[in-house]
Design a protein around this ligand. Structure first.
Ligand SMILES: [Zn+2]
Length: 882
């Protein structure tokens, strides 16, 4: 008896015989289109707490060309019965082992036309990874969930596991009588089976891709969140946690109603359940059965935080937007996955912005754009639309370029053609491809139809080339109308050399003030240089914002007095514009387009800014005074610079919320107080954090829930072994996954290297779920004295760590390991990392590209230090406080 992993697929008859029939090998990545599924009826027996499950299924297929060997996706499934009913005959199939992704079903004679494959199999319920069918526990109870995107439906049932195969599914689950069972569609009936199990039949679904099928089994609580139109909305939580779903149960129906209004079509499936998974930190848009990591959806009302509520609203809006954009209309292949993810990201900001205007979500969108641009500046950056030729390519496709650059590009084109026109295009696209699949060109065609002009040529310049445009803007004022000279090139970090010059068909929109009036002007710039006339500028404009509403996917490098004049007027701009103006300065610090002295002067100008997003970008500039580019002996001066600019405000905000604090104040506290304590090493704030942390560890009280993670982390940075032991004991006891995660992060944040080493060693024990604790590798990177410990830990312990990591394509934790090099800044360390991963990285799904990113970051840091270090040092040497 072997109950280990199923080693591929068992041959029932002779494998050699099957192969000798002259068959080709298993398909590479994609199945042939000559066999298409028409309908699935699958019946699974799922017992939470067991490590295996059994299944049977009838798959109706359409064999379009006669063939005696049919390939079907299956991973770690033991198929023990396979027959085909076709034209009144029943043919027995020989199961031919393929590779880890597929098996062949071989027949004695060619088959064709409509047929039904009847299969029986058993498979594995994973307790280690969250891919395929997996189990999580909560309060000692077992729960089974599924996660099939991108390619793990084949771990639950043999199937034609490609997004373009969209067909109805009839799902039946046999589960223990005391458990509840959920699937994409509502339960249609229940019965008992001969083995004393409950049989739950679910209604047949609308056509769905296999990656969107899902089920969940366990002793769940069900929270009724009412109906939106005809659609019942529920929150499904682990037993005893229903009371923590209050915020989700109130916000989800409101956001769903707003989405229905935007799309102009009702929710496309029969019901909407939101299912909570303990531990996990992801969410998945399964049609009608969305899964969420517990900390996204649940919180005890007394411990709830603004950050969590914002995250809850944004993530739920994202997953619900997918119900139309991804589930109702599915992108045909993974090369277009940006359209699902970029769109859902764009939509979550848009809808939550409409729902809570006071949250200034548009400024968060600018922050996300700038994050995407930082990644996209690298020479190793992916294009939004990359060919998908391997599983590694699929893993890489779910990166921040897909999500955040995708969103930013959609936002730019929406802004360019107008929000109402864009929405009309989105509706045309959905109506044309509902319950089917589509491609980027079909999306572009719909938007172009609505806009009355072909947007594809411009759009494609952002999809099919990596990189960020930087637009240099110079103002010319003479006798006639003022003009702007605009030139575009690729924005690159100092020291990087692009292989060839690049241009984009770039919609440049500007705002300017002329004669006391703010005016707007847009032009599509195709060449490397262009002139834009500012038509109503009777005199020279007082200021020009060359990225109107900060909606464009480009950086601006202001020439002459343009930056000075813009900064002088900046207090009058909204959160999004200010976030963009300061963000461009922070980014152009590292491209060499803005001198350090100019950037540091801007820090003082924005130090009292009320918007948290502006504060984040401003702190990014200020933190260059204590980062890797600075000589060690000048860092105390850098800390002084940070304190001089921000300590008074941070100390008056303090660690705890005050009655009447508004939304921005609460979020600003989060940014400012933490930074002044961490990077300014402000003694007063550090001592307060230590006191608060100790008090909280004693009675779990006295700390503002919004600030708990930061209080613990700051206390830890400057704390001792005794504090580490208390955090460790608390983390072991903690039931709330969010708080446990805060404690684990704090444990890896100590400045004392010996304590950090103790923390990292916990990754080799079963004390914490590795999916939650692996983040410990990141925290020590932020402090020079502990920066090399994560890499050293991998050098010494990789062999012990690897077997503990989830390694599925969609969830290969090994691929994230090169990030231990992200904060390195010298050639010796870079080379050591390169050598260390050289013979390993190809076996990590998505790993090679991640390693290339990390190595390029190190090179960029080395070049920045050599080019900018002396200037920053000189600024700090002359810095004498304010
Ligand atoms: Zn998504």
């Amino acid at each position: 008896m072997t109950n280990r992993f199923f080693p591929g697929v068992v041959c029932l008859l002779s494998c050699a015989t099957a192969f000798s029939a002259g068959t080709a090998g298993p398909p590479q990545l994609r199945l042939p289109e000559t066999v298409r599924p028409v309908h699935y009826a699958v019946d699974l027996t799922i017992v939470p707490g067991k490590t295996t499950f059994t299944g049977t299924g009838d798959i109706e297929i359409d064999v379009r060309e006669p063939q005696s060997l049919i390939w079907i996706n299956a991973t770690e499934l033991n198929i023990h019965q396979a027959v085909l009913r076709t034209g009144g005959q029943t043919l027995t199939a020989t199961v031919v082992p393929g590779d880890s992704n597929s098996v062949g079903l071989s027949f004695n004679a060619p088959v064709r036309g409509r047929s039904v494959l009847h299969l029986a199999w058993d498979g594995r319920i994973s307790t280690k990874s969250s891919a395929g069918v997996f189990e999580l526990t909560s309060a000692g109870q077992h729960y089974v969930y599924t996660q099939f995107e991108p390619t793990d439906a084949r771990r639950a049932f043999p199937c034609f596991d490609q997004p373009s195969f969209k067909v109805p599914w009839l799902v039946t689950l046999h589960v223990p009588k005391e458990d509840k069972a959920f699937a994409n569609y509502p339960e249609s009936s229940q019965s008992d089976d001969a083995n004393g199990m409950k049989v739950v039949h679910f209604a047949e679904t609308a056509p769905l891709s296999s990656y969107l099928v899902a089920f969940a089994v366990g002793p769940f609580d069900v929270v009724d969140a009412g109906k939106v139109g005809k659609v019942p909305v529920r929150i499904i939580t682990p037993m005893g946690r229903g009371g923590e779903a209050k915020y989700a149960a109130e916000s989800i129906p409101e956001l769903l109603a707003l989405l229905e209004r935007y799309f102009g079509r009702p929710f496309p499936f029969a019901k909407l359940d939101s299912v909570v998974m303990p531990i996990s930190n992801f969410a998945m848009e399964n049609a009608g059965l969305i899964t969420y990591g517990q900390s996204m959806l649940l919180a005890k009302p007394e411990n709830d935080t603004l950050h969590r509520q914002r995250e809850c609203a944004l993530v739920t809006a994202h997953e619900m937007a997918h119900q139309w954009f991804g589930d109702l209309v599915t992108t045909s292949w993974w090369n277009d996955i940006w359209l699902n993810e970029g769109f859902a990201n764009w939509m979550d900001d848009k809808i939550v912005g409409e729902w809570k205007p006071e949250w200034n979500v548009d400024a968060d969108a600018v922050k996300e754009r700038m994050h995407a641009m930082d990644l996209d500046s690298q020479l190793s950056a992916r294009k939004i639309r990359e060919p998908i030729d391997s599983e590694s390519d699929i893993a890489n496709a779910f990166d921040d370029i897909t999500y955040d650059k995708g969103e930013a590009v959609l936002r730019m084109f929406e802004s360019w053609i107008g929000a109402d026109t864009f929405r009309k295009g989105v509706q045309l696209y959905l109506n044309a491809h509902a319950y089917s699949d589509a491609t980027t060109p079909q999306f572009e065609a719909a938007i172009s139809e609505a806009a009355g002009k072909n947007i594809a040529p411009a759009f494609d310049t952002f999809l099919d080339q990596a990189g960020v445009p930087v637009v240099s803007a110079a103002l010319n004022c003479g006798s006639g109308a003022a003009t702007l000279t605009l030139s575009q090139k690729r924005s690159l970090p100092i020291g990087s050399q692009a292989p060839s010059p690049q241009t984009w068909k770039l919609p440049v929109c500007v705002a300017y003030q002329s004669g006391g009036t703010v005016r707007h002007q847009c032009e599509l710039i195709s060449d490397s240089q262009a002139e834009m006339t500012l038509p109503d500028a009777s005199a020279c404009p007082a200021w020009v914002l060359a990225n109107d509403r900060e909606a464009g996917y480009y950086r601006v490098n202001y020439q002459g007095d343009l930056l000075k004049n813009l900064l002088a007027a900046s207090q009058g701009f909204g959160a999004a514009e200010q976030t963009g103006i300061v963000g461009d300065i922070a980014a152009e610090f590292t491209t060499g387009d803005v001198a350090p002295r100019t950037a540091f002067a801007a820090v003082s100008r924005f130090r009292d800014d009320p918007f948290p997003q502006v504060i984040t970008n401003n702190l990014k500039i200020a933190e260059y005074t204590v980062g890797s580019l600075v000589s060690d002996d000048l860092r105390p001066k850098g800390r002084e610079f940070i304190r001089d600019n921000f300590a008074a405000r941070a100390e008056s905000l303090g660690w705890s919320a005050k009655p009447g604090d508004d939304h921005d104040t609460r979020l600003s506290r989060h940014e400012l107080v933490t930074a002044v304590a961490t990077y300014g090493e402000d003694r007063k704030l550090i001592v307060e954090a230590e006191q608060l942390a100790n008090r909280w560890l004693a009675d779990r009280k006295g700390v503002d829930p919004d600030m708990l993670a930061e209080v613990l982390q700051v206390a830890a940075r400057f704390g001792d072994r005794a504090l580490f032991d208390r955090l460790h004991a608390a983390a072991r006891e903690e039931k709330d996954p969010r708080v446990r995660s805060d404690l684990i992060r704090a444990m890896a944040s100590f400045h004392d290297p010996q304590i950090v080493e103790s923390a990292l060693k916990l990754l080799l024990t079963s004390e914490f779920d590795i999916r939650q604790s692996l983040s410990m590798l990141r925290e020590p990177l932020h402090y020079p004295g502990t920066r090399d410990l994560p890499f050293r830990f991998l050098q010494e312990h990789l062999d012990q760590l690897m077997p503990r990591l989830p390694r599925e394509v969609g969830e290969d934790f090994a691929a994230a390991l090169p990030a231990v090099a992200d904060e390195f800044c010298d050639a010796r360390q870079r080379d050591a990392v390169k050598v260390f991963f050289a013979d390993k990285i190809d076996s990590y799904s998505g790993g090679p590209r991640n390693l290339a990113h990390s190595l390029e970051k190190v090179d960029a840091c080395i070049a920045e230090r050599s080019a900018l270090g002396p200037e920053i040092d000189e600024f700090l040497r002359g810095y004498g406080g304010q």
